[in-house]
Design a protein around this ligand. Structure first.
Ligand SMILES: Cc1ncc(COP(=O)(O)O)c(C=O)c1O
Length: 332
């Protein structure tokens, strides 16, 4: 990847003259089942630009209550697009068309905000990296179209979902008005995301990129990492999923509270609450054993992530160290 970046052909991205950015955008659009794609520094920016191009100030965004767009983007939909946000309560990050219908505001009202946009997150981060089935998406899409709502797919980890379900990214993507794909997570780039959409909306999205200060110059240097990742780092996502599953099963067998049903892609959530530990205590103990886990929206749940910098030996080491760190004997 570093060599591809060093050798990248470049030009001025602001003027749409960077051949490597243009190539990445072409590949991204095709992959995600859309006409065009806009290369951006982060998936957060992609989500925020999607909100901006699909709404007007005062409109309402519906999204799952723990979706990244509501939880982890500092209220960006309100800040950048003047949106009211309303959470959809779910068990595992997925909701139904009827949930959207139930929340839809009366468009004839002189008083209420206009419900305008529905965001779907796939995989869903907070629920443990879980995937949407296509019939579930179809249900939400059909309802949203019937109600004249716009649809955004936060597919930061869409390729993990596709790897797990066998459903092509374009099959998911083509159903939405806008699609975010992150290049810096499982795909292993130092930075970068794509916002895929129609040719018409791509114009507004490029204006949004400029507005948010995301328009770059010789961005081909970093876009080359994205092209490399699409060529070399997609098929291997299945290895991450297998490693996450192996880790999850071993931790559960060792007596740790791990919900195996949640482990569909590359995350493993461990609940340290039943062990009588706070997450800060648990994180410190794990760090002492050389294992780094992250927090989640859930106060006592930690997250382990399998990714391209974690190999089989490191998974073995984690299987050994995590139960010991958390006061449970491995293999018991
Ligand atoms: C579902 C989802 N969307 C968007 C993002 C934002 O990604 P970035 O860090 O590239 O802004 C994340 C980051 O974790 C995420 O999990």
């Amino acid at each position: 990847m570093r060599a591809a970046m060093a050798g990248a052909e470049v030009g001025d991205d602001q003027r749409r003259e960077d051949p490597t950015v243009l190539e990445l955008e072409r590949r991204g659009a095709e992959l995600l089942g859309q006409e065009d794609a806009v290369y951006l520094p982060t998936a957060t920016m992609a989500n925020q630009i999607a909100c901006r191009v699909l709404t007007r100030p005062g409109d309402e965004l519906l999204a799952e209550e723990n979706a990244h767009i509501l939880l982890s983007e500092q209220g960006g939909p309100a800040v950048h697009s003047g949106l009211v946000t309303r959470p959809i309560h779910t068990r595992a990050g997925r909701f139904a068309g009827d949930d959207v219908r139930a929340l839809m505001r009366d468009r004839t009202s002189m008083h209420m905000a206009r419900t305008q946009l529905v965001a779907v997150e796939n995989t869903h981060n907070s629920s443990g990296g879980r995937c949407w089935r296509l019939d579930e998406i179809d249900d939400v899409v059909a309802t949203a179209r019937e109600l004249d709502l716009k649809l955004h797919l936060d597919g930061a980890r869409l390729l993990n979902a596709s790897t797990a379900t066998g459903i092509a990214p374009a099959e998911y993507g083509r159903r939405f008005d806008t699609v975010t794909l992150c290049l810096s997570k499982g795909l292993g780039c130092p930075l970068g995301a794509l916002l895929a959409t129609s040719s018409e909306l791509a114009w507004s999205a490029r204006r949004g990129k400029h507005l948010m200060g995301g328009a770059m110059r010789q961005a081909g240097i970093v876009a080359a990492a994205g092209v490399y990742a699409l060529d070399h780092n997609v098929e291997r996502l299945a290895d991450d999923h297998a490693r996450a599953r192996r880790l999850a099963e071993a931790l559960q067998a060792a007596g740790l509270p791990v919900d195996l049903e949640q482990v569909e892609t590359n995350f493993v959530q461990v609940d340290v609450g039943p062990l009588g530990l706070t997450r800060e205590e648990a994180l410190a103990r794990l760090r002492d054993e050389g294992v780094l886990l992250s927090t989640t929206v859930w106060p006592t749940k930690l997250r382990a992530v399998a990714h391209l910098d974690v190999d089989d030996d490191q998974i073995d080491a984690a299987i050994d160290a995590i139960p010991r760190a958390l006061g449970v004997l491995a293999g018991v």
